[in-house]
Design a protein around this ligand. Structure first.
Ligand code: HPA
Length: 245
């Protein structure tokens, strides 16, 4: 097994990773967000990639998702755990909770969202009925149970364009659409992983209630920071209990 971890806001490096090598990968799609960091985490091999760059300078709509996924595949990664901060919409998705969503609705636009636009003779329509890999989801849920970390099993992830947060009306619309979580980076990352035949699952950390859901309050960046510090610590514990498969 070769595990890749894409770290998002709040997880720009993986504490406890004994780094063996950093690798700059050149891809046909340009530069990945950062060099890949190879190492050993609690006895198994991990390749870590900081989605927004090591100094968190790349906003969600400018992440080179194609280069990132291509690079991970190129170095032999087969499974990708994508860690991402999200806003909570459904009642169960309160700030500081972790969730392993099972569905996606894509509201992003103008992003390079396929590997199959170079050669028209080779158009492939990937199946995306179940956007996350079932086995990898189960693995994450089992690791959480083993570590005694409460996670929400399932939920629909809304991918929005960002970088701004949503309006209260947009969050109500997402709720009517059946979305439980909202974030800015889940797409096209997930579909590119599917096109590249990588097993991919999301470990979402709820940083805040979606706009307008905390009565009378706007979204506070200080709260987001505190909640992410707490949640990412849980993510590290969860990753630590992922036994190699
Ligand atoms: N909306 C979109 N993305 C986010 C949010 C949010 O409320 N919180 C963290 N990432």
């Amino acid at each position: 097994m070769s595990l890749g971890i894409i770290g998002g806001t709040g997880l720009t490096s993986l504490e406890g990773l004994e780094i063996t090598r950093r690798e700059v990968v050149r891809t046909p799609f340009g530069e990945p967000s950062a060099p890949l960091v190879h190492g050993c985490f609690r006895g198994y091999n991990v390749t870590f990639l900081a989605r927004h760059g090591h100094n968190h300078s790349i906003p969600p709509h400018q992440v080179n998702y194609r280069a990132n996924i291509w690079a991970l595949r190129h170095v032999g990664v087969e499974q990708v755990v994508a860690v991402a901060a999200v806003g909570g919409i459904g009642e169960a998705y309160a700030p500081r909770r972790l969730a392993i969503p099972d569905q996606i609705i894509d509201y992003t636009h103008s992003r390079e969202s396929t590997f199959f636009d170079q050669d028209a003779a080779d158009v492939t329509h990937v199946d995306f009925t179940y956007p996350y890999d079932a086995r990898l989801r189960r693995w994450l849920l089992a690791a959480a149970a083993e570590a005694g970390i409460e996670v929400v099993d399932g939920g629909t992830y809304a991918a929005t364009q960002g970088p701004r947060l949503e309006t209260a009306a947009e969050i109500q619309r997402l709720r009517r659409d059946g979305c439980d979580l909202v974030g800015m980076t889940g797409m096209p990352e997930a579909v590119l992983a599917r096109e590249a035949e990588l097993a991919y699952a999301h470990c979402a950390v709820v940083a805040n209630w979606g706009a307008g859901l905390a009565e009378g309050q706007t979204v506070s960046m200080d709260d987001i920071r505190d909640n992410l510090t707490y949640g990412m610590d849980l993510v590290r514990q969860l990753i630590a209990s992922l036994a190699p498969k």
